[in-house]
Ligand binder design. Structure first.
Ligand code: BEZ
Length: 249
């Protein structure tokens, strides 16, 4: 899918801030080889490099990689699909934040992550978990059908914790810790909700004429306003899955 890197930085920078918190869980050490899987605009990889790690950032979006290289020259950023990782026992750690729910080929991603790690290497990830953003998706799907006559197909993979742990274990990763938790997330200002749909579901809105597109977004807002608009923000029903795993020696 096409990624609007500037909109991401301007309107969804909170995702990068949350990614910073996950770095501590990974605890990158000086001179370690670290893979940032789905590095986006490059901020987290750059922050891990500041701690002395050698970081490779990969992302499937050429637009994101171009932006990362522009913002952090000298860092190693590459275009690569998470379901087709080209690495073999090269990394001490793999880090991934808010990315793996985009990878519906979850088996292939788990296999590639395990292969990329050295024996004993760590995998720390956070992704959307079971029923993540269900309220948002349901309202949008209803409006899309009612107004544009289109069926909505979710592009995301939001696994249950036991299923995801089993998937990792089946690829030789031992799960050391895992959490599934609610993380109500403010999408700030009146246009915050529509900015979220425009950023993350552009293909569902693409090809609609301007009036229909506007009507779908307005109808979604109208349905959600009574329940999730509070104190100047739309509260998105984020549910996170966080895992810490280790490749078997
Ligand atoms: C998430 O981080 O959970 C997420 C972000 C954008 C779209 C869907 C989910």
């Amino acid at each position: 899918m096409y990624w609007d890197a500037q909109r991401y930085l301007d309107r969804h920078g909170f995702i990068i801030e949350r990614g910073q918190a996950l770095i501590d869980l990974l605890a990158p050490q000086a001179a370690e080889q670290v893979l940032d899987l789905g590095c986006g605009t490059g901020d987290i990889a750059a922050a891990m490099s500041e701690r002395g790690a050698h970081v490779v950032g990969v992302d499937a979006s050429p637009a994101m990689i171009a932006r990362a290289r522009e913002r952090f020259p000298g860092q190693d950023y590459r275009v690569a699909d998470a379901a087709e990782l080209p690495f073999d026992a090269e990394f001490d750690a793999v880090y991934s934040h808010a990315v793996l729910h985009w990878v519906t080929r979850a088996e292939d991603a788990a296999c590639g992550i395990a292969r990329a790690l050295k024996p004993g290497g760590r995998f720390v990830a956070e992704l959307g978990g079971f029923r993540n953003c269900e309220v948002l998706e349901t309202a949008f799907a209803d409006a899309l059908k009612r107004i544009a006559g289109r069926n909505y197909n979710s592009p995301w993979y939001f696994p249950r914790l036991p299923d995801y742990a089993a998937l990792l274990e089946s690829h030789g990763l031992v799960v050391r810790a895992a959490w599934y938790f609610d993380l109500p997330t403010p999408l700030k200002s009146e246009d915050g909700l529509r900015q979220w749909f425009i950023q993350f579901l552009p293909h569902h809105l693409g090809g609609l004429d301007d009036a229909t597109r506007e009507a779908v977004l307005a109808a979604t807002e109208a349905v959600l306003k009574p329940t999730i608009w509070r104190n100047g923000a739309w509260w998105a029903d984020y549910r996170r899955l966080r895992v810490v795993a280790e490749k078997m020696v």
